[in-house]
Design a protein around this ligand. Structure first.
Ligand SMILES: Nc1ncnc2c1ncn2[C@@H]1O[C@H](COP(=O)(O)OP(=O)(O)OP(=O)(O)O)[C@@H](O)[C@H]1O
Length: 767
């Protein structure tokens, strides 16, 4: 980032009452732009469809298009119409005069009565330098101006003079004050767009071409979700017709997350983008069962695709009898060896099972027609159709290439050990086969207790029978959690299109979580995708991210630590509750009270040197002893008390708890008179507290986070690495403050940074 222009730096309302001052002139332009937008809307509203079309069907189509256009042209009082200005350097004109251009950058295009632009869409090529230009490479821009708004009023601006050589000396790490203000703005409400402050490295991803797939590795809060959504908006602008035809889809980890992000694209004027979870994509059966980790890993392994392929092709049997077609007084015979040739040829062509099945009768009919021609007849296409429909041909097709129901096929594989063994031979070992089989074979597709992984297998089988419809572009968020089979399911939905894959290997919490993007992209069917990395963090304060990053060497060594751009110190507080929790309530060894209360507070010298932030020392305080505390009650009461303190600040509050503690915490909140929201539900000025089971925390953020019992978060997962990753996710949800409340000893990996040779021998993660 480059330094601001100090001659005119941030200006606030000091000269706003002077209509001829710079701020006054900008306010006038805003006023005029609003008026122009109103005129544009009124013109569409005034269109009389009867003048244009006499046909009611056309009128209905046009009518709905106009309604959408009117909506697009709405002027939202609290959404700035423009947020930036670019003054291009004067370019020499043919007549010798010099001519500079000025553009106001906003969410949509607005033009005046002559058709001249008053505001240009942020996605237009002419807007790109707003995001990319730097002093090193001004891209023809003389001045970049950013605007600040307060309650819909233009109240400030900030300038960067990009082409002034005198400014070069001042090149240094600098974050715009308006960007700072934007990042620090309280997070109440749904997720917001970031059009006004997209950073250069983010913009590169947003505007990457439609043809290629992009994969983004980035730590918590680096803007992956924001970038993915803005990329969709950009692609829809740049390739509107094509994508309207082929479709776009955003895939997120769960409903809560999708709910949280669902307002971003509509706010950018894009109403047509579909959202789904991977489970939604493969919802061919009702999912009522679950798999243990070992089973889920086997079922999610890409080798299952081979097992399914073999199983499906095993339905094709060698022709045993000739086909005899009787037409009138004549009988036409296709011998077994010729039928075998036809079947072998179809198998070799590697067509979808269903497509080959449809082709087979026509091939047999063709063999009959050849005989007819040899006998001197002149059959036409109609004869070929009739022969293909002949009962003898149909019977032969049914015997040789029977229809296959994908769900029934998977049901048989998971229920019938011999059938599975036959097709998994040399692919899955005996233990893996045992793990994949249901303990109790299912009787029918309806009664089977399908798991989420089974549904993915059915999706693969369906695709082997019939090609899955492919979309123009798919954004896959929190991708690190997908199994290879899930990547395949997503990949077949963009075989003819491209994808944006977003994730953080350090936040992978499924037993099958991605180990490397190269592998994941291969499963997705996009092995050539570029992998980009984002490392600047826009959510988590420095102190908090430094604390959370202590876990990185233990669960994802090799990944780059996030560098927070948040200048505000934020707050991190660790509160030990002075009462041990009984073993039966939290399933892990109880910790002696002294240890819980004191040992884990990091001393200043324990702070990892590379954080370079001496303030990154969590303050350890004793929580106020709650009056009604007993066992888990003490911890829960302390957590509720911490929420009540956080509620005194402006902004949203997330209380993140181990899933096992959810009932107790819900009860305690209710008893204290709170009605918390569920994750993803929209926070409002009056309803700001959300209760989040840690399993649903991924991708979400709150101004203040209270995290209860890290040790139980770790213990809630099948293995330590996954537990630490879950904890890392929970520790990185806060924008302004994090309070950790614990009764048990904190996980030792949090306590201090160890010397390199003390670190566990874990293979580094390769992004
Ligand atoms: N350029 C930016 N300007 C302003 N805010 C930004 C910018 N980039 C990201 N943010 C904000 O930072 C926060 C984190 O962004 P986002 O949720 O997209 O991160 P993420 O990388 O997906 O995080 P996680 O890995 O935790 O899911 C959001 O509030 C987002 O609006």
């Amino acid at each position: 980032m480059s330094a601001p222009d100090h001659h005119s730096s941030l200006t606030s309302d000091d000269n706003s009452d002077s209509p001829t001052g710079p701020l006054g002139r900008e306010q006038s332009h805003l006023f005029a732009s609003r008026a122009a937008l109103r005129t544009m809307r009124e013109q569409v509203e005034a269109l009389d469809l009867r003048d244009v079309t006499a046909n009611w069907v056309n009128a209905a189509v046009l009518g709905s298009q106009m309604e959408a256009r009117i909506k697009e042209l709405a002027d939202l009082a609290h959404t700035p119409l423009f947020f930036g200005r670019l003054d291009y350097l004067p370019a020499a004109r043919a007549d010798g005069e010099e001519d500079g251009h000025r553009f106001y950058i906003g969410r949509r295009h607005v033009h005046d009565a002559h058709g001249d632009p008053m505001v240009v869409d942020w996605r237009a090529p002419v807007s790109q330098p707003f995001y990319r230009a730097s002093r090193k490479d001004p891209l023809g821009v003389e001045l970049r101006r950013r605007f600040g708004y307060t309650g819909g009023e233009l109240t400030a601006y900030e300038d960067e003079n990009l082409s002034d050589p005198a400014e070069h000396a001042e090149e240094r790490e600098y974050t715009s004050r308006l960007l700072q203000a934007e990042i620090e703005r309280p997070r109440v409400g749904p997720m917001r767009d970031i059009v006004a402050t997209i950073q250069p490295e983010q913009d590169e991803i947003v505007r990457a071409g439609l043809a290629g797939t992009v994969c983004v590795q980035g730590g918590p809060g680096t803007g992956k979700t924001a970038v993915g959504l803005h990329r969709v908006a950009y692609l829809l602008y740049a390739h509107r017709e094509r994508l309207a035809r082929t479709g776009t889809l955003v895939i997120g980890p769960n409903r809560s997350f999708l709910h949280y992000i669902e307002q971003v694209l509509p706010a950018l004027g894009e109403l047509e983008v579909k959202q789904a979870t991977v489970d939604d994509l493969v919802a061919h059966v009702e999912v009522r069962g679950t798999d243990d980790a070992t089973t889920a890993v086997v079922k999610g392994d890409a080798r299952m695709a081979l097992v399914l392929r073999r199983a499906i092709r095993s339905h094709v049997t060698a022709p045993a009898e000739p086909v005899v077609v009787v037409r009138g007084s004549r009988r036409w015979r296709v011998p077994v060896h010729e039928l075998t040739e036809i079947v072998d040829e179809l198998l070799a062509r590697d067509m979808r099972y269903g497509a080959a099945r449809e082709a087979l009768p026509r091939r047999i009919a063709h063999a009959v027609l050849t005989r007819m021609e040899e006998a001197g007849e002149a059959p036409d296409d109609r004869v070929q159709d009739a022969v293909a429909r002949n009962p003898a041909v149909k019977a032969a097709v049914k015997a040789v290439w029977p229809p296959v129901d994908p769900a029934k096929l998977v049901l048989r594989l998971l229920s019938d050990p011999a059938f599975l063994a036959e097709h998994a031979d040399g692919v899955l070992d005996e233990d893996e086969q045992r793990a994949a089989l249901w303990a109790k074979p299912a009787r029918s597709v309806r009664s089977a207790k399908w798991s989420a992984a089974d549904a993915v297998l059915i999706d693969e089988a369906r695709d082997l029978v019939e090609r899955t419809h492919s979309l123009g572009h798919v954004v896959l968020d929190e991708a690190q959690d997908l199994s290879p089979m899930q990547y395949r399911a997503v990949g077949r939905r963009c075989t003819t299109g491209s994808a944006t894959v977003l994730g953080d290997l350090a936040q992978g919490t499924t037993p099958w979580a991605t180990g490397s993007w190269t592998e994941a992209l291969a499963h997705l069917g996009k092995p050539d995708a570029a992998v980009e990395e984002l490392t600047a963090g826009f959510r988590v304060p420095r102190e908090v991210i430094a604390y959370a990053s202590r876990l990185l060497p233990y669960m994802s060594p090799g990944l780059t630590e996030v560098t927070s751009v948040r200048e505000s110190p934020g707050s991190l507080e660790i509160r030990a509750v002075a009462e041990a929790v009984p073993q039966e309530t939290v399933p892990q060894e109880a910790v002696p009270q002294e240890a819980a209360a004191g040992e884990e507070a990091a001393a200043p010298e324990d702070v990892p040197a590379e954080t370079g932030a001496p303030e990154a020392v969590p303050a350890e305080v004793e929580a106020p002893a709650p009056e009604h505390s007993d066992g888990v009650g003490a911890l829960v009461a302390a957590a509720v008390a911490a929420c009540e303190e956080s509620l005194r600040h402006e902004g949203s509050i997330g209380l993140i708890v181990p899933d096992a503690l959810l009932p107790e915490v819900s009860e305690a909140l209710a008893a204290a008179g709170h009605t918390p929201l569920a994750p993803g539900e929209e926070t409002t000025a009056v309803s700001r507290l959300t209760l989040v089971p840690v399993s649903l925390a991924k991708g979400l953020e709150y101004d203040y986070v209270v995290l209860a019992e890290p040790a139980a978060v770790v213990a809630g997962e099948p293995d330590e690495r996954t537990g630490l990753r879950r904890l890392y996710v929970a520790l990185t949800r806060a924008v302004s403050g994090l309070t950790v409340v614990h009764a048990r000893r904190l996980p030792e990996q949090l306590a201090e940074s160890r010397r390199m040779d003390d670190l566990p021998a874990v293979a580094p993660v390769t992004p």
